[in-house]
Design a protein around this ligand. Structure first.
Ligand SMILES: [Zn+2]
Length: 204
């Protein structure tokens, strides 16, 4: 990395290069773009970052991102609160919503089980899911496990299915149908494929 930049420029490049998919060269390009931008535009970017960190938290029910105590989906009485779709990340909610096939609610785990990386059940919102399903006293009919079709996503789905079967045997547990590219992220699935995977979900 070049050290000929003034320290504030170097700092901006360093921070930008921490973003996913942004290498040092791209970080430099973005930094120069920001330096060329009007003060208003540059400050608006900084403000947007600050505001999102200050105002966005996790929904107290489903752990999706929200600027309120409960997210808009959990607050919506038209959604089917008896159907819970379990996903790994908040970004996975967006492709499911785009399918327009799904009218239930969500539960965001905050990742997938990966013992090698030190991610254990207690690092995810799994206990919260089990408590949510058993606490709803018969209101929840089905839990759809929509973790990614990866090794960690599959392991997470099996772990949760076992927990649900033990605690709430009356609740149906389903998994998205295959057809999603194996090893890929839900986030990158197109809505037609994802909609079909949802419609063809099967019991676990
Ligand atoms: Zn919510």
């Amino acid at each position: 990395m070049s050290t000929s930049y003034a320290p504030p420029v170097q700092r901006l490049v360093t921070e930008l290069s921490k973003l996913p998919g942004i290498g040092n060269r791209t970080a430099q390009r973005l930094a120069f773009h920001i330096m060329r931008a009007s003060p208003e535009d540059a400050v608006a970017l900084a403000e947007a970052i600050r505001e999102v960190k200050e105002r966005i938290g996790l929904c107290e029910i489903c752990f999706n991102l929200t600027d309120e105590q409960r997210c808009r989906i959990c607050q919506d009485p038209r959604r089917d609160h008896g159907l819970i779709c379990v996903v790994e990340e908040p970004s996975d909610v967006i492709p499911m919503e785009r399918t327009h096939e799904y009218h239930g609610v969500y539960h965001v785990l905050g990742g997938a089980l990966s013992p090698i990386d030190g991610i254990d059940p207690e690092d995810l919102k799994i206990a919260e899911l089990l408590a949510r399903v058993s606490g709803a006293e018969g209101e929840v009919r089905e839990v759809v496990l929509a973790t990614n079709p990866t090794t960690t996503g599959e392991a997470t789905a099996l772990h949760i299915a076992a927990g649900l079967r033990a605690r709430t045997p009356a609740v149906a547990v389903t998994r998205l149908a295959s057809g999603l590219p194996v090893g890929s992220d839900l986030e990158y699935a197109d809505e037609v494929t994802l909609g079909k995977a949802f419609a063809g979900r099967r019991a676990l």
